[in-house]
Design a protein around this ligand. Structure first.
Ligand SMILES: Cc1cc2nc3c(=O)[nH]c(=O)nc-3n(C[C@H](O)[C@H](O)[C@H](O)COP(=O)(O)OP(=O)(O)OC[C@H]3O[C@@H](n4cnc5c(N)ncnc54)[C@H](O)[C@@H]3O)c2cc1C
Length: 486
């Protein structure tokens, strides 16, 4: 019996585990290790964060799903990988620490034949002093708990506005190297929508603070959309949305320090500025979750398997080169670790080979560069192809990966909510193909002009709401779940 261990039960890990079990049946073991007992549909945390959805609607317990599907679930946190095993057993192993009630802190060494690292990001609030809700001053919507806290702070701000007290709300990123600007954009527009709904918009200043070089960059170097009115850049499209909603944007910015009511930030011209706030939601930068790796002799080989960021090295071209020399072909296709062929890294956990957006820095070298996003759609697709590759290796004896899903070939759709409500909601629907621009195939913009589109309206909000229901249905492994695409 072969054992596949999946670290992480988020979008990519949970998808991988479900496909593995579907393919492998009872003949082989699938073990999922994840510290949280619940699955979270993270995109809908935005609606929890404005008080329009309860946290219970974006989570469900994993154990019953895994019991029903025959997946062995360990509520635990992985801390170290032993790709060559130890003196007792040459199979690979992973050291985990239990987070389950009753056994918290208990350690276990789990052997594997194949390992998928889908541990997502470490939310690195410590990167900027004063950032984050736990020990800092700003709100976050990265977890359901953070989003509930953000909703409470927003409600208190709206109460002050109702009492006639002007308020400044700052939404964006909390560090120069952040990714996920799309989520900050969504939250800014949802907050603005709520302020209007509460009848207090005229007393509120809403600011968007971002490390993007220009609006609409989103860490993918921006997009050129085909719209009903012809081609338009995402920068122009976003600038018009921001103008329409009266949201002031500060871009090319890296927050460096935050206190109870002031954000200090630097910009790429080298200047330092301060911004007062009454309410702030700033996303943290992401890093790897800090797994270590050790060889059979007990020697630390973490740097062989993981990049300095903590993300896992996979089949990408990591050779350092100037930005102009990076190509779409540098991006990974199979997510296999080059050192150990039975280890794969998917979703946010794999190390991107380079920036997609041109990286900028202040004259004295402070990086202000939107990092490449790995959104839900590609994360799910990677989880699926790696699961199918491993199933092929186990069931047909394949010795090399049989499937691929490169972000430089994959299209992605992103529907960014700009306000919720059955009849008054809106969303910006953006599609790009491919995610990483490929100038060898599409010399002018790097992307297929017909398949890179942008549209905004109520219909897109309905699609976003339907996706919430569809993805939770799929994640619950309800009948025919595999028919719902990633
Ligand atoms: C506020 C917000 C809104 C977003 N909105 C959108 C959106 O609208 N559309 C979109 O496409 N994407 C969106 N994203 C991005 C999307 O959430 C990610 O692309 C997706 O979650 C990545 O999947 P993942 O499996 O790599 O990581 P995650 O989903 O974060 O899963 C990681 C898993 O690993 C577990 N884990 C962590 N450490 C360990 C450890 N040491 N050992 C074992 N397990 C561990 C975690 O508990 C979790 O289960 C949003 C992100 C945020 C923060």
């Amino acid at each position: 019996m072969t054992r596949v261990v999946v670290l992480g039960a988020g979008v990519s890990g949970h998808t991988a585990a479900l496909y593995l079990k579907k393919k492998l049946g009872r003949a082989h073991e699938v073990v999922v290790v994840s510290p949280n007992s619940k699955w979270n549909w993270i995109p809908s945390n935005i609606w929890v964060g404005v008080g329009r959805m309860s946290a219970t609607k974006v989570v469900f317990p994993l154990a019953p799903i895994y019991r029903r599907t025959g997946i062995d679930f360990r509520q635990a946190k992985a801390v170290g990988i032993l790709p060559e095993g130890d003196a007792d057993d040459p199979r690979g192993a992973v050291d985990v620490v239990s987070t389950a009630p009753g056994t918290v802190g208990r350690t276990e060494r789990i052997r594997y034949d194949y390992l998928i690292n889908a541990t997502g990001p470490k939310l690195n609030f410590a990167a900027t002093p004063g950032l984050g809700p736990d020990g800092g001053f700003t709100a976050s919507v990265c977890t359901p708990g953070h989003a509930v806290d953000a909703a409470g702070r927003l409600a208190a701000t709206i109460e002050k506005l109702k009492a006639g007290i002007r308020q400044t709300l700052v939404i964006g990123v909390g560090h120069g190297s952040c990714t996920c600007e799309g989520a900050a954009f969504e939250y800014a527009f949802n907050v603005e929508h709520e302020l209007r709904a509460a009848g207090v918009r005229d007393r509120a200043d809403v600011l968007y603070l971002s490390n993007e070089h220009e609006l609409g960059d989103f860490g993918v170097g921006g997009m050129t959309f085909s719209t009903r009115d012809g081609q338009v850049t995402s920068e122009k499209w976003m600038a018009s949305l921001f103008r329409e909603r009266g949201i002031r944007a500060i871009v090319q910015a890296a927050p460096t320090e935050i206190d109870a009511d002031t954000i200090t930030y630097r910009q790429i011209d080298g200047s330092t500025s301060t911004q007062h706030y009454d309410f702030a939601m700033l996303l943290p930068p992401f890093g790897g979750v800090g797994l270590t790796a050790t060889d059979r002799a007990g020697v630390d080989i973490t740097s062989k398997i993981f990049a300095p960021s903590g993300f896992m090295r996979v089949d990408a071209d990591y050779r350092p080169r100037p930005f102009e020399e990076w190509t779409a072909a540098d991006w990974p296709r199979t997510y296999q670790n080059p050192e150990y062929g039975n280890i794969f890294g998917v979703g946010i956990a794999f190390a991107p080979p380079h920036q997609i957006s041109r990286p900028y820095a202040t004259p004295d070298g402070l990086a202000i560069a939107a990092a490449p996003p790995r959104t839900g759609m590609p994360s799910g697709a990677m989880g699926k192809v790696v699961a199918l590759t491993i199933a092929d290796m186990i069931l047909t004896g394949a010795t090399v990966p049989t499937r691929s899903a490169s972000m430089s070939e994959m299209a992605a759709a992103c529907i960014a909510s700009t306000g919720t409500g059955l009849f008054r909601g809106t969303a910006a629907a953006m599609a790009m193909s491919p995610i990483v621009p490929d100038y060898s195939k599409f010399p002018s913009t790097g992307r297929n002009a017909k398949e890179t589109t942008g549209d905004i309206g109520l219909a897109a909000h309905w699609v976003k709401r339907m996706l919430h229901t569809a993805f939770i249905y799929k994640a619950k492994a309800l009948p025919f779940w595999w028919l719902i695409p990633e």
